[in-house]
Design a protein around this ligand. Sequence first.
Ligand SMILES: C[S@@+](CC[C@H](N)C(=O)[O-])C[C@H]1O[C@@H](n2cnc3c(N)ncnc32)[C@H](O)[C@@H]1O
Length: 259
Amino acid sequence: MEANLIKMTDFYESDRAVAEYLLFHYGSAGQVLPWAFGPAGALDYPVRCVSECLEMARLPARPRALDLGCAVGRSTFELARHCSEVIGMDYSHRFIEVARHLQQHGSVSYAYVEEGRLTTPATAKVPAEIHRDRVTFEQGDAQAMRPDLGTFDVLLMANLVDRLPDPRRCLGSLSSLVRAGGQVILTTPCTWLEDYTARPHWLGGFEENGRPVRTLQTLQALLEPHFTLARTLDLPFLIREHARKFQWSVAQATVWIRR
Ligand SMILES: C[S@@+](CC[C@H](N)C(=O)[O-])C[C@H]1O[C@@H](n2cnc3c(N)ncnc32)[C@H](O)[C@@H]1O
């Protein structure tokens, strides 16, 4: 498990990851996808994880939210449009450092790759209308969160579970983190890789007793004792590596209500 954690942090602490995620979270359509024939419906994923998945009618007064695996924080800021207090947590010190800079200053300069060593300078900006003072960022491990985090009305886990060494450990803590009537928004492209998660800890993508096991069915087995599955959605997303190379993926999003 430790070896996996080290490989994972190597990438998410790198300059390349910081630039890719700033572009993924804050880049304009023209910056991310300079091709008119490209999959424009996959843009703005960290915004859509909130705008398309959050069940706004269920929010109580002064809702409290947690964005686990927040990276450079765009969904955390988007949650602050609807919630009066939002914590963004990530294991990467670099991501949290950049997210805190965005919280304090509203923008950060960076450069994204065009080809090889050629880059284009850019500025990532938090939309001006978002109340940045509702947001805090902290470094932490989603599998071993500090015990005094409190409880939440909204818990977002976007593309996190298939990057954890032990996703069951994280999922096992959700029932005590989410208030009755609160919601968990969990998205995953189900990209199970041994670099991040040793095979015995995968939630899906293998055969057991001659039958295929899918991530969704394991999530149901783990969460249904405490949560009701309200909705499933397919959310495309696009991560630009350089001007001519992209990762186009389709996350499976599920929204769970705490009983
Ligand atoms: C695939 S990225 C997704 C980031 C963001 N939620 C998004 O959708 O763009 C996975 C994120 O999970 C973070 N992460 C990995 N392991 C973690 C852990 N044990 N605790 C908290 N965050 C973790 C990584 O640093 C990275 O920011």
